[in-house]
Write a protein that binds this ligand. Structure first.
Ligand SMILES: [Zn+2]
Length: 135
């Protein structure tokens, strides 16, 4: 029997990196949660991660300072957001500094928890392949 394969590429299917990144799941089994509290806006628990995956046991703290690399991802993401905001605001207000800064600061503050967590998820996905444990 042949596998039922869709002709369309679905990046959000379990087993793909995007699934793990967008759902903040363990990069190895795609089942365990990367963060203890699912709500990123609960700022007290923003960076709280389990030591290892509760499902497959993958080590989430691979070495001391492992997530320093995630800051590069965060920086790149923030730069992309800043460019998009600037181009959008420039279209309406030109070079006026106040609308630029206000809209950029507002958007960065609102999106900070999401950028922070997705950066960590992207970073750990660089190093861990999808390899679910056999049941
Ligand atoms: Zn896992």
């Amino acid at each position: 029997m042949t596998k039922n394969r869709s002709i369309f590429f679905n990046p959000f299917k379990k087993g793909r990196k995007l699934y793990s990144i967008l759902k903040l799941k363990c990069p190895r089994c795609h089942e365990g949660d990367l963060f203890l509290n699912k709500n990123p806006y609960k700022l007290k628990d923003l960076d709280k991660m389990p030591k290892s995956c509760p499902v497959c046991g993958e080590d989430f703290y691979r070495e001391t300072g492992f997530y320093y690399g995630a800051m590069m991802i965060s920086h790149a993401t923030t730069t992309v957001i800043a460019v998009i905001v600037h181009v959008t605001v420039f279209y309406f207000y030109g070079w006026a500094i106040a609308p630029n800064l206000l809209s950029l600061l507002t958007l960065l503050i609102i999106s900070f928890p999401l950028v922070f967590r997705s950066s960590r998820a992207i970073w750990i996905n660089f190093f861990v392949k999808y390899n679910p444990p056999v049941k």
